[in-house]
Design a protein around this ligand. Sequence first.
Ligand SMILES: Cc1cc2nc3c(=O)[nH]c(=O)nc-3n(C[C@H](O)[C@H](O)[C@H](O)COP(=O)(O)OP(=O)(O)OC[C@H]3O[C@@H](n4cnc5c(N)ncnc54)[C@H](O)[C@@H]3O)c2cc1C
Ligand SMILES: *[C@@H]1O[C@H](CO)[C@@H](O)[C@H](O)[C@H]1NC(C)=O
Ligand SMILES: *[C@@H]1O[C@H](CO)[C@@H](O)[C@H](O)[C@H]1NC(C)=O
Ligand SMILES: *[C@@H]1O[C@H](CO)[C@@H](O)[C@H](O)[C@H]1NC(C)=O
Ligand SMILES: *[C@@H]1O[C@H](CO)[C@@H](O)[C@H](O)[C@H]1NC(C)=O
Length: 516
Amino acid sequence: MKTSGIVVLSTLLLLIPLATSHPSEEAFVECLKNQASMSPKPISQAIFTPKSPEFVPTLFAYFRNSRFNTTTKRNPTAIITAMHETHVQATVICTKNHSLLLRVRSGGHDYEGLSYVSSEPFVILDLFNLRSIDIDIQAETAWVQAGATLGELYYSISQKSKVHAFPGGVCASVGTGGHFIGAGYGNLLRKHGLSVDNIIDAKIVDVNGKILDRKSMGEDVFWAIRGGGASFGVILSWNLKLVSVPDVVTFFRVEKALEEGAIDIVYKWQEVADKLPEDIFIRLQFQYRGAPVNKFKVAFIAQYLGKIETLIPMMNQQFPQLCLKETDCIETSWVETTLLWQEMDPKKTNLTELLNRNTYPAFGPSPFKVKSDYVKTSIPKLALEELWKKANQTGNLVMQWSPYGGKMSQIPESDTPFPHRAGYKFKIQYWYYVSETLVELQKVYDFMATYASQSPREAFLNYRDLDVGTNGNGCDPSVFGAKYFKGNFERLRKVKTEFDPDNFFRNEQSIPPLSA
Ligand SMILES: Cc1cc2nc3c(=O)[nH]c(=O)nc-3n(C[C@H](O)[C@H](O)[C@H](O)COP(=O)(O)OP(=O)(O)OC[C@H]3O[C@@H](n4cnc5c(N)ncnc54)[C@H](O)[C@@H]3O)c2cc1C
Ligand SMILES: *[C@@H]1O[C@H](CO)[C@@H](O)[C@H](O)[C@H]1NC(C)=O
Ligand SMILES: *[C@@H]1O[C@H](CO)[C@@H](O)[C@H](O)[C@H]1NC(C)=O
Ligand SMILES: *[C@@H]1O[C@H](CO)[C@@H](O)[C@H](O)[C@H]1NC(C)=O
Ligand SMILES: *[C@@H]1O[C@H](CO)[C@@H](O)[C@H](O)[C@H]1NC(C)=O
């Protein structure tokens, strides 16, 4: 009995590598070298395996959330830091051939680490070397490679023009690759919509390793990649339509504590923030301010596409409760507001700080977890008081409330996969610096169930949160599908089924093909 058991076992062991063609690292590297043999840049310089001395620093360079820094999840078979588009093509072909999972990383800001961790055997395709930015100011367009950051984009625009901008997020180190496939928004959204509302073409690598542009991928795929997430291919570059901004814009930041009437002012903000002229975007940021303030406060942080002389009368008329004064305001250029939004003083900070890929204070040792909500009707004052108390008690929660309205209300829900358009007052981001557990965050989120959007309780894809539902393990993907995409989920599944039927481009929250 024993002997035959061993015989069966050893036969099985012999068969396994053949049956599943499970890769050795060497075979995978060989495949890459073969596939990219015609590349003008040798791919060998872009390949890092666990044996390479630079493997660990390369892995951690864009490992932005230490919550996932566990020994079981951070073991890619290889990291390919593509230096040429052919390296991306080779990586797709060989990763597929060796039945590995592909994780594409542009800026590494995914809140759930989906661009750099996995418990399945995987490969990281890191795009930070592919970051050229080509601006045509006459045509008011730009081609941006996916590995460029938002800061690099904003800086490059400012070097060509003082009256052009691009609508995108606040944090300079965010990658344009991941940001735009998740729709991308920032403080220009009431005037100009989302990033994806201003994207006119793209270059992608499909599951067969082919490079396609808008024309060759077709309008359905071009629709899907503008907000549908990492399910369709690798984005190489985006073609952007720049927007116009005045040469002088106004920024302010006013903080209020509880005893300064914060609740009443927040209540009023809910009534007006989405109805004010689309030239103004006033975000609320609730957080504990350390020494010397030592208090939980709400900041009203705003950008106005105009001068102080027209801002103050407008505010006095439409939002007098904030008591905005001229001395609260700074007149500056659009690009300098991108520093101000990151709490950097343009008078003391060289604009080249936008090119610094490693400044954002959120990073470092603190692990974090994020959740999101959409709000359609004003939250009553009593509930605001209760929320204030709960948020203050966690000590570790930063809440951002971003107003909608303006351009957002004019774009139909089906124009892009991003469905949260007309009828939303604001979006909430709950950013929680994890101490020991997530219980405190969950308490706040549970409390907000009554006041947030319902059936489904919607969420924002770029604020990735695996709690809203995942693929696999018996989970129904239509659960997270409805929360992120509403009615657009079905169209995304159809596009996926045609374009990547075997589900090569997948993660815990990717669009599953219809057969799956
Ligand atoms: C500090 C901070 C501030 C933020 N502020 C904003 C904000 O103002 N507005 C906003 O909308 N969002 C904001 N976000 C969220 C951010 O937009 C998302 O996390 C976004 O996905 C990050 O893109 P990335 O390229 O940096 O991330 P990555 O982690 O590299 O990628 C995110 C996802 O996209 C996939 N992906 C990345 N590149 C490609 C590619 N080239 N082709 C195909 N798939 C790809 C990844 O596999 C992963 O699933 C912020 C995040 C942080 C950490
Ligand atoms: C991950 O943890 C290791 C220790 O296990 C540490 O050396 C490394 O700096 C950490 N990296 C990140 C990005 O958290
Ligand atoms: C991988 O490539 C080899 C050699 O080209 C081929 O024979 C094999 O079928 C491929 N396997 C997969 C899973 O694509
Ligand atoms: C900003 O930094 C760049 C590059 O280091 C330098 O050339 C430039 O003079 C600096 N500008 C200012 C205003 O200090
Ligand atoms: C906020 O939290 C601090 C520290 O836990 C506490 O002393 C204070 O009373 C709280 N304030 C409110 C309004 O809940």
